[in-house]
Design a protein. Structure first.
Length: 319
């Protein structure tokens, strides 16, 4: 019972703490005259990735690397099949040309690069598969390329609406307090979540990878799910797709890149199945925008995504 409390309490603490961190950091950035767009592309983007980053760092340190990799792949799969599926079921999602031909393919590229750097036995004839520190730095290098592209795109479009559009100024002491509480909460939330998840996996006879792919992945994706549901109700599809694609790219390039740089991650060959499902999700997201020449994800396609997600979760648990 205590392990389930650690697991659920850890997820909630991480989500709340990430929000505190973003609120405090955004308020300080606003105080120093940094515009909303830059805050949205940096601080808010980091904040939505903080749950996954916290989980992965603690997983790597504790030796539970299957949770670290499973969490990233599970989050990417749930972002497309679950979050886009739910959002499209509420309101059809329109996709812009730039997103269709550049950002979605970039998301697919991130998983393909992960497959290459992780499969040392197949590619380099090595004795073991590892995401090494050098591999981690390669992933972080691609993150820098993506950020440069994103900033350039933002300036070109003169985008005014971002996830940071309603930042409120706060006293410096209050912002610092929120940042401090956020960092402390992320630390303890990650610690207790991993402790609970590892014990539950042992108790239920489930692999740590499955726990990472399912419970932890869904838990750390709750901020993106909440944001996308609100955006769908408000009929703002740009926020949904930007949220999902940005999160998927950050998960591979930033989260796994940072984690592997801190501590190399052993990569079990069986995880290639989940890499393949993540690739399939990105491909299907691209294909749905080409159906009958429409650039839209319809309600029926959203339902198909949800069915695929339930099938994936069921297979992961029972296999």
């Amino acid at each position: 019972m205590l392990d389930f409390i650690f697991l659920t309490g850890g997820i909630l603490l991480i989500i709340i703490s990430a929000n505190w961190l973003v609120t405090g950091a955004s308020a300080i950035a606003k105080k120093f005259g940094i515009n909303d767009l830059v805050i949205g592309l940096t601080i808010v983007a980091f904040g939505t990735s903080a749950p996954e980053l916290t989980v992965n760092i603690f997983s790597a340190i504790s030796g539970s690397t299957d949770i670290a990799i499973g969490n990233v792949l599970g989050s990417n799969i749930s972002n497309i099949f679950l979050i886009v599926g739910v959002a499209a079921t509420i309101y059809p999602i329109t996709i812009h040309n730039n997103t269709k031909w550049k950002e979605i393919p970039f998301s697919l590229l991130s998983v393909i690069i992960l497959a290459f750097v992780a499969n040392d036995v197949f590619i380099d004839k090595a004795d073991e598969n590892f995401i090494s520190r050098i591999d981690g730095l390669v992933l972080l290098s691609f993150l820098i390329i993506f950020l440069i592209y994103t900033f350039g795109m933002a300036r070109k479009r003169n985008v005014e609406e971002t996830n940071a559009e309603h930042i409120k100024t706060k006293p410096i002491w209050k912002a610092i307090m929120l940042i401090t509480l956020g960092l402390i909460g992320l630390f303890f939330g990650g610690k207790y979540l991993i402790e609970g998840a590892v014990n539950i996996a042992d108790l239920l006879g489930m692999s740590k990878k499955v726990i990472g792919l399912t419970i932890i992945a869904i838990g750390t994706s709750l901020p993106e799910l909440a944001t996308s549901i609100v955006a769908a109700i408000k009929k703002k599809p740009d926020i949904i797709i930007g949220n999902v694609i940005g999160s998927n790219i950050f998960n591979v390039f930033f989260i796994l890149g940072t984690t592997a740089t801190i501590k190399p991650l052993p990569f079990d060959f069986s995880i290639n199945f989940d890499v393949g499902v993540s690739m399939l999700a990105s491909v299907l997201l691209f294909v749905t925008t080409m159906t009958l020449g429409r650039k839209i994800i319809t309600r029926s396609e959203g339902i198909i995504f949800l069915v695929l997600y339930v099938s994936f979760i069921t297979y992961s648990i029972v296999k």
